[in-house]
Ligand binder design. Sequence first.
Ligand SMILES: C[S@@+](CC[C@H](N)C(=O)[O-])C[C@H]1O[C@@H](n2cnc3c(N)ncnc32)[C@H](O)[C@@H]1O
Length: 799
Amino acid sequence: MLAMNPAEQCPLIESHASVPGNIIADYSNVKTIPPHQPSPSDVSKKADDQLLLGRWYARPSPVTAASSESTGARGKWDCSDKSIKMDFPTNQSIGLSSDVTYSMDQNNEILPVDDPHVPMPFISCDSKEDLSQDIYTESQTNEMPLLMSYTIFNLAEVSVTSEEVNSNLADESGECSSDDFEEIFIERNQKKSKSYNSTLLASKRVCVQGSSEGPVKPRYAAKTMVPLFHKPAKRKLVKTGYLVSAKRVKKAKTLEKDKTEYLLPEWNLASCMNLEPSDNDHFLYCGECNKEFEGDCPVHGPYNFIQDKEVPEGDPCRADHTLPDDLEIKTSKLFGAGLGVFSKVGLESRIMFGPYRGDAISDNHKSGYCWQIFKEGKASHCVDAQNKATSNWMRYVNCAMTEADQNLVAFQYKGGIYYCTFKPVSPGEELLVYYGDEYARELGIIRDKNLLFRPKYVNGEGSDILQSVMEQQLENAILKNKKKIENTDEKECNGVVWDNTCTNSSNLKTHMRIHAGERLYECEVCHNTFNQSSMLKTHMRIHTKEPYKCEVCGYACSHSGNLKKHMKIHTGEKPYKCEVCGYACSQSSNFKKHIRIHTGEKPYKCEVCGYEFNQRSDLKTHIRIHTGEKPYKCELCGFECNDGRSLKRHMRIHAGETERLYKCGVCGYECNQSVHLKTHMRIHTGEKPYKCEVCGYSSKYSHHLKIHMRIHKGERNYKCEVCGFAFHQSNSLKKHMRIHTGEKPYKCEVCGYEFNQSDHLKKHMRIHTGEKPYKCEVCGYEFNRRDYLKRHMRRIHAD
Ligand SMILES: C[S@@+](CC[C@H](N)C(=O)[O-])C[C@H]1O[C@@H](n2cnc3c(N)ncnc32)[C@H](O)[C@@H]1O
C-alpha cells in the first residue's frame, strides 16, 4: 500500500533528492515528503525489523496485502512453502540469532518458534487483486466547490469532498446597491471567460446532500467486538512456525523489487475506520461536551476550522501538499505505524480539520485508509484515502493506542469525516485519532489474549532502538516467565520502550502487565480495557463528560486545560496583547483571529465568489448569500436574515424607539449602532476613505471597494442564465433579470411611468422636481443627470 511506485513519486522529490528521507522539506510553504530511498543497509535493517515485527507482532488476524506494491513493500520476504526467510541476515543488526526465535502461546509463554506444538501467529502474504480497479476515482475532487449537496448515489462517480461544514458557514454580504456601481454595472464582457469559472465549476459538482433529521449518537469510534474481516486462507504452518498462505508466494516474489517509503506491517490491511452509526449527521459534535448541537456548541462556541492547503489540480502528491502549515508528516512514534502527522506548534482544543478526503467506494477494500460513512444510521459507503492524488493529509493520521489516548476526535458531519482536537496538543505531539475497536483490534492495539504484546512507543526511528526494544521485550517476557513477578525486586525496565521506572514490586507488577498484554481494567460504559487503573480513570472522563467545574459560574468541561482557560474570564486575565492596537484577550485562538486584522490574512475563501474572510464564521454567514438560506427569523414581524447578529440588531427595532440611540444632527437619521451613524455621517461630510490603489476609485463604504476590486480582478461570478451576461455582483444580476422578466417594480407616482430599477426612477423624478444636481464648473450650466454633464463637458468644453 505504501509502496513507492515510480509513477507515483512526486516530481518535487527528485529535485530535492538531497533532503533526507523522512524529513519534511519546505518547498515554499508547501510541506512535502521526499521519498525514502533506503540504502542497502537501511533496507536490510528495516527488513530485519520487519522480520522481528513479524515474529513478535504478527497476529492471527486477517492479514492480506492491499496491493501488490504493499507486498513488495515488505518485499524482502521470500515466502515459500517451507519457510519465510529473509534475503539478508537477520541476526546482525537485531542481535538475535535468526535460528533462535521465540513465540508466545496463548498464555504468553515464551517458546521456541520452531516447536511444532506451539500455536503460532501467522503471516499471510496473500495479495489482494489490484485494488485500484475497484476504486472509483473522482478527479474533480479538488475542484469541488463548497455547498455541495450529496444527492446521489452512484457511488462510482462520487468523490467525497463534502465540505459542508464550510458550506453551511456564515456572513458579510459584499452586496451593494448604490449609485457607486453605475460604472461597475456598465463594465461588461471583460475577461468573461474568467468570470464564468465558478459557475462552470458549480455545475460540475457532485451533489451530496445529507437530508436526514434527528440528533445523532455520540461519535466515539464504534465498538465491534468481533473482527469482521478475518479472512481465512489456506495456510500452512511452516518450519519456523509461521502460518503462510501458499498462493501468496508468487505475488510476493514478483514484487520484490518494489521500494517502499515505509514498511508498514501486515496489519495495514484492516477494516474500515468506523464510528458509531448515526441517524443524522447534521449536528456538530462537541468533543468537550460529548454532545451534539445544531450549529455551534453554546458552551464552547464555534470550532476553529483549519482548512487544507490548496493544491493545484492533478497533483499526484495532493495528500502531502494539503498539509496545513503548522503540521508535519514524519515517521510515527507508534511502533511500526509508518508515517504520522505531528503538530509543530501547540494546538488548542476545538481545532477542526476535514473533511477526510478520498475516493468514495461502495465497500471497504481494506486499503487501511477507509472511513465508513453512514447515512440515516446505515453504512452507506467508504471514503478511501489510499490514493495520494485524490486524498488529503488526514490519511496520515494514525490510530491512538486507546480511545483515551487520542487527541483528535473523529465525527461525521454532513457526509464527511472531520477530526477535531478536544484537548490541547503540545508542540511536537503526534496527532492521533481512534479508528474504532474493530480496526484497533486488527492493528493489535486492542489485544486478545492470544496475541503477542507490542510496545507502545519507540523513542526513535532507528533499528538500533528497535533492536533494544525487541531485546528488552524479550528479556521482560522471559523474566515474567521465569520469575514470579510478585517476588521480583527488579526495579527497572530500561525505559527504552516503556519509559517506566518501577520503584517497588507492586509498580513492577503493574508494569509487567503491560508486557503481558493484560488489560484488567474495563470501562463499564464502553468496555474498553486498560492495563492501568490510571488509564481507565483518564478514559472515564470521556463518559463522565464534565468533571471540571467552575465554582464561579458553574461552567463544566472535561479537560482541566479548558477550565483553566475559562477561569480567565473571571480573573480578567488577558495575557494575549496585540502590539499594534493594544487589544487584549484571554485566549490565544482569539488573539490569532485578531492578528489577521493587521496582517490582512484571510484564510477563508468563498469558493463560489472568491470573497475572502479572516474568520471562519464570517465565511459561514456569507455562504448563505449564495444558498439563500436565512435561518434567523423574527417571530414578531417575520423578518428573516442569514446571521444571528442581524436578527439581534433587528430585534432592537421592536424594542422601541428608545433603542434608537444614535441620531444624526444634520438630517435626523436615527440608528441603533454608533458605527452606523459614523458611516452615515460620510453622506454629509463626503468622506470616502476607501480608495482603490489601482484606479483611484474611492468609496464611503468598505464593501463597495471590495466589490469594485472585482473589476480589476476580472471576477464576474454572477451570470445570467438567459443571455450569459455576467456581473461582478449579485444585485446587478438581480436587476438585469428584470429585462428578461419584464418586471418594472418602480412606478412614478406623478406620470405613471414604470422602471425596472430604482435608480432609473430616482433620475426620472428629477424631471418632475426640476432638481439638477450636476453643475458645469466652467459655464455653470446644470443638469439632472451625470451623463448629460459629462456629454456637455465633452462637446462644449473639451479642448
Ligand atoms: C490511515 S493509515 C495512517 C497512515 C500510515 N501510518 C501511513 O504511513 O500512511 C492507517 C495505517 O497506519 C498504520 N497504523 C495506524 N495506526 C497504527 C498503530 N497505532 N499501530 C500500528 N500501525 C498503525 C496501519 O498500518 C494502518 O493500516
